[in-house]
Design a protein around this ligand. Structure first.
Ligand SMILES: Cc1cc2nc3c(=O)[nH]c(=O)nc-3n(C[C@H](O)[C@H](O)[C@H](O)COP(=O)(O)OP(=O)(O)OC[C@H]3O[C@@H](n4cnc5c(N)ncnc54)[C@H](O)[C@@H]3O)c2cc1C
Length: 406
C-alpha cells in the first residue's frame, strides 16, 4: 500500500473478525472506495469462524474445520488490510491500538467487535476447571476430552464414579444446543469404545426457574422432553455454587462427580473493553443509537461487546449473531456518513426469529409469529446458517461450507 495514501485517507480500524467485524469490513467495501479510506482489520487468527455452530464440533458431530474459513478467501484483501495478531489494549486518547506482536496501529475511526467470554457470575473454579471457551480451539479441546473419557474406560481400573458423567452448566440456547449434539454423539462413542450406554450420565444444570428462560413454554417443554428421552437429567432452579477438580457442588449441597463441565451460562464482553476504560456493564458498552460509544465520536462498538436496550421489554437484547450482523451494516453506513457527509442512522434490531438446534434433525424455534418444532425447525436452522454464508461469500461459500437442510 502506498505510504502517501495512508497519510491522506482516514483509517478505519476494525478489531475482531467475527460476525460483527466481517460484515462491517465487507459492507465498507461497498460503501466507500479504496481511494477514500484505509480499512484495516485485526484478528487473532487468519481465519473467521462460525461461533453459532461451535456446539457441533465441541460435541464431535461436526469437523472443527467446517466452521472456519480463511479471511483472505472471503474478504477482498486488496481493499482491506488484514493483520493477524491479538489486540492487547486500546488507547482512546492517542487513538491507537496495541497489538501483541506487530506494534501499534493508529486509527481515525475504530470499530470494536471483539466478541465475548464466559460469564461466571462469581462461581469459583469456572476458568480453572470448566470448559468455557467457545472458539475453534476451545471446541477441539472439549471434543477430544470427551472422547478420551470413553477411550479410558477399558484401560483404567481406577475409573472413578463420574468419569463418564457430563455436566452442562446453563440451559440457555448454547447449553441446550450443545447437550442436544452430545446426545447424538454419545451412542456412537459407546459403540466405538464398547461402553455400556447405562454408564453414561448427562446433566444440564440451570439456576433460573426454567430452561431457555424467556422462550415459549411449549417449545421449552418439547425440548426438555426430547432431551430427557435421550437420557439427559435436568436440574432446574439449581445454581452451581462451585466447580472443582472432580466436579461441581450445587447450592443444595449435592455433589456431582465429573471430569467434564461445559460452561454455557451466558457471556460478558471482551475484557479489553473494561481495561480501555469504556463505561460498561459486564464489559458491554451501552452504545448510543448510532452505535458509537457514549462521548466518543470516533468509536463504534458492535456485537457482544455492545449492549442495546429493547425498549418494549425494558431490558437488553440478548447478544446474538443476528444483532451483530445487523449492527455491522448500520455501522458501515454511519462510517460512510462520517467520512463523506450525511446523517447517521439509528440502529433498531429487526429480530426475525430464534431457532435452536437439538441434535440430529431436531430443533425448536419461533420465526415471525410461527412456532416450529422438529424437522421444520431443523430445516429453518440450516437455512439461517446458510444465509449467513451467502451474505459473506455468496453461493461459492454456501457450496463449500453450507449445511444440507434435509
Ligand atoms: C455455541 C453457540 C451457539 C450460538 N448460536 C446462536 C444462534 O443460533 N443465533 C445467534 O444469533 N447467535 C448465536 N450465538 C451467539 C453469537 O455467536 C454471538 O452473539 C456472535 O458471535 C457475536 O458476534 P461478535 O462479532 O460480537 O463476536 P464473535 O463472532 O465471537 O467474533 C469475535 C472475534 O474477535 C476475535 N478476537 C477476540 N479477542 C481478540 C483479540 N484480543 N485480538 C484479536 N482478535 C480477537 C475472535 O477470534 C473472533 O474472531 C451462539 C453462540 C454460541 C457460543
Amino acid at each position: 500500500m502506498d505510504v502517501m495514501d495512508l497519510e491522506r485517507k482516514p483509517t478505519i480500524l476494525i478489531l475482531g473478525a467475527g460476525y460483527g467485524g466481517m460484515v462491517t469490513a465487507n459492507q465498507l467495501t461497498k460503501e466507500l472506495g479504496h481511494n477514500e479510506v484505509n480499512v484495516t482489520l485485526v484478528n487473532k487468527h487468519d481465519y473467521h469462524y462460525q461461533t453459532t455452530w461451535l456446539h457441533e464440533p465441541a460435541a464431535g458431530t461436526m469437523e472443527p474445520d467446517k466452521t472456519r474459513m480463511k479471511i483472505s478467501d472471503v474478504l477482498d484483501t486488496s481493499k482491506i488490510n488484514f493483520i493477524e495478531d491479538s489486540v492487547v489494549s486500546i488507547n482512546r486518547e492517542d487513538k491507537q491500538v496495541e497489538l501483541e506482536n506487530k506494534g501499534s496501529v493508529d486509527y481515525d475511526y475504530l470499530v470494536v467487535a471483539l466478541g465475548a467470554q464466559a460469564e461466571t457470575f462469581g462461581v469459583p473454579g469456572v476458568y480453572e476447571y470448566a470448559y468455557h471457551k467457545w472458539t475453534v480451539n476451545g471446541a477441539r479441546e472439549i471434543k477430544d476430552h470427551i472422547e478420551y473419557q470413553f477411550s479410558r474406560y477399558h484401560n483404567n481400573e481406577d475409573m472413578r464414579n463420574g468419569d463418564l458423567t457430563f455436566v452442562v452448566a446453563g440451559a440457555g440456547f448454547t447449553g441446550m444446543e450443545f447437550i442436544g449434539e452430545l446426545t447424538e454423539r454419545v451412542p456412537k462413542l459407546c459403540e466405538k469404545y464398547d461402553v455400556p450406554r447405562e454408564k453414561i450420565k448427562m446433566y444440564v444444570i440451570e439456576a433460573a426457574p426454567t430452561a431457555l428462560p424467556g422462550f415459549d413454554p411449549e417449545l421449552v417443554e418439547y425440548a426438555m422432553n426430547l432431551l430427557e428421552n435421550r437420557g439427559v437429567e435436568f436440574k432446574i432452579n439449581m445454581p452451581i455454587s462451585e466447580v472443582h477438580e472432580h466436579g461441581v457442588t450445587l447450592k443444595d449441597g449435592t455433589e456431582i462427580n465429573t471430569n467434564t463441565v461445559v460452561w454455557a451460562t451466558g457471556v460478558r464482553g471482551n475484557p479489553i473493553i473494561e481495561e480501555a476504560g469504556f463505561e460498561s456493564n459486564r464489559a458491554r458498552v451501552k452504545v448510543d443509537k448510532d452505535l458509537r460509544a457514549p462521548d466518543h465520536e470516533d468509536v463504534f462498538i458492535i456485537g457482544d461487546c455492545s449492549l442495546v436496550i429493547n425498549e418494549e421489554a425494558d431490558r437488553p437484547y440478548p447478544p446474538t449473531a443476528q444483532i451483530a450482523m445487523q449492527q455491522a451494516v448500520t455501522c458501515a453506513k454511519n462510517l460512510r456518513a462520517l467520512i463523506k457527509g450525511g446523517d447517521l442512522e439509528e440502529f433498531t434490531p429487526d429480530i426475525k426469529g430464534t431457532v435452536a438446534s437439538l441434535g440430529g434433525k431436531e430443533a425448536i424455534g419461533i420465526v415471525g409469529n410461527k412456532k416450529l418444532f422438529g424437522t421444520s425447525a431443523n430445516f429453518m436452522k440450516k437455512m439461517i446458517d446458510n444465509r449467513y454464508l451467502w451474505i459473506l461469500g455468496g453461493p461459492g461459500l454456501v457450496m463449500k461450507k453450507g449445511k444440507n437442510p434435509f
